[in-house]
Design a protein around this ligand. Structure first.
Ligand code: G6P
Length: 420
């Protein structure tokens, strides 16, 4: 089996490789090929990964390349984890909206919009190569904004794509500590969009433990379960994705973000430290410093998905996938985040039905924003881009949308499609 990693030069890749060690035991022989456009980073990561593989006593056949075609050739799985424009573009996404009193965040609101406009043309180009070179491979998309990118690929290409995010698996992990049960025993009955999900019920080995969890959350606040999450739980009676803070506590979050250094700046520092560590010839396992990044457990999520799709195990997983009527209040062709049951190549959606009234408006508005953003990028439409931002719940103003869009276009000249 072969796994290709697009954006393999990311400092996150050692975490991914660690997950592949357990796959190797069950799927050998296993080839892993990294592709990146940044030669320097790719080299540093590759040398480090080779040491990790040696230490692991596995026989993973490893390669790294600056040629996408080479990485894609014979791939069974392709993992996409790219960031167009790197951290300097992320810094703009997090800074420009704040100047207008809007949310500056890399995946949510106008920052996520700019990220999408930069990324859509690139992933569509990559998809053309996948269609030609490895049409039967599964593409596992982590590239942000993950829901928007997965929907773009589902609507406009023939690539077999599923989107993943680490938020659901982290909630599962947190609840596993809260309830003192193994993570795999937990099932989350959740629905929504990427970074905008709600968990209605929690089950442990089929038993509904929602009320117990509500009670425990009421009693404690932890690193993961913040006061804001607690308040949301008490009000809407569902467990929120932590990105919901940006919607439900908008003013407070914007104030907080203005006071702090931008996350892109912090990540830049962490990356420097990581790259230095990775160059240490004596280092042969994932350093603890990597946990300062936000991607915890993304490797476990990817390995679970590969295990499900190859038939090594069957079970439920929360993924981003085309709706096809599972959520009746959202377009059929739109991508939603929800649990599915996977048994080899068969991916069965759970039926969610109608969205609860309390959250229906927000989800529908964000879905409309997402679809307009995709269409703006594909059709190079300024009007759709403007309307996407105008009706986003975190903007809701044509005047502000016009101002922020003009600055985002200026800052992203090199990357945005030519909007007219
Ligand atoms: C979580 C989110 C990702 C996001 C990441 C940011 O994992 O689910 O979508 O990219 O956090 O982490 P960072 O360390 O880059 O701020």
């Amino acid at each position: 089996m072969k796994i290709a990693v697009i954006g393999g030069g990311s400092t996150y890749t050692p975490e991914l490789l660690e997950g592949f060690f357990s796959l190797w035991q069950r799927l050998k022989p296993l080839k892993v090929s990294l592709y990146d456009i940044n030669e320097e980073k790719l080299k540093i990561i590759s040398e480090f990964l080779k040491r990790m593989i040696k230490k692991s006593n596995t026989e993973i056949e490893f390669s790294a390349t600056l040629g996408l075609e080479e990485a894609l050739k014979d791939a069974d799985f392709i993992i996409s984890q790219i960031r167009i424009g790197g951290l300097s573009a992320r810094l703009q996404d997090e800074s420009i909206p704040l100047k207008f009193g809007l949310l500056g965040q890399e995946t949510t609101g106008p920052g996520g919009f700019a990220n999408a406009l930069r990324t859509i043309p690139v992933v569509l180009d990559i998809a053309k190569k996948i269609e030609k070179i490895s049409p039967n491979a599964w593409l596992i998309n982590f590239t942000n904004p993950s829901g928007i990118i997965t929907e773009t690929l589902s609507r406009y290409t023939k690539v077999k794509v599923l989107g993943l995010c680490n938020v659901a698996i982290n909630l599962q992990n947190d609840l596993s500590s809260l309830l003192n049960v193994p993570m795999d025993d937990i099932f989350l009955d959740c629905f929504g969009l990427n970074h905008l999900t709600f968990t209605k019920r929690v089950f442990v080995r089929g038993k509904d433990v929602t009320e117990e969890v509500f009670k425990k959350i009421k009693e404690q606040v932890s690193r993961r379960i913040s006061k804001k999450d607690k308040k949301i739980v008490e009000t809407i009676k569902m467990f929120p994705n932590y990105y919901l803070q940006y919607y439900y506590f908008r003013e407070e979050k914007i104030k907080e973000l203005k006071k702090k250094p931008r996350r892109a700046k912090e990540v830049e520092k962490i990356e420097k430290i990581l790259l230095k560590l990775y160059q240490d010839p004596d280092l042969n396992e994932k350093p603890k410093e990597l946990s300062q990044r936000g991607g915890a457990l993304y490797s476990t999520a990817a390995v679970n998905l590969i295990s499900h799709l190859t038939g090594l195990q069957k079970g439920f997983q929360i993924i981003n996938i085309t709706n096809r009527g599972a959520i009746s209040d959202l377009p059929e062709d739109s991508v939603v985040e929800m649990p599915v049951f996977i048994e080899k190549d068969r991916v069965q959606r759970c039926i969610i039905g109608k969205l609860p009234l309390e959250v229906r408006g927000t989800i529908q508005a964000v879905k409309a924003y997402e679809q307009l953003t995709i269409e703006a990028a594909v059709e190079c439409s300024y009007r759709k881009a403007l309307m996407a931002l105008t009706q986003h719940p975190l903007v809701s103003s044509l005047t502000l949308a016009e101002k922020v869009l003009s600055k985002l276009i200026e800052a992203n000249k090199k990357y945005f499609p030519k909007l007219s």
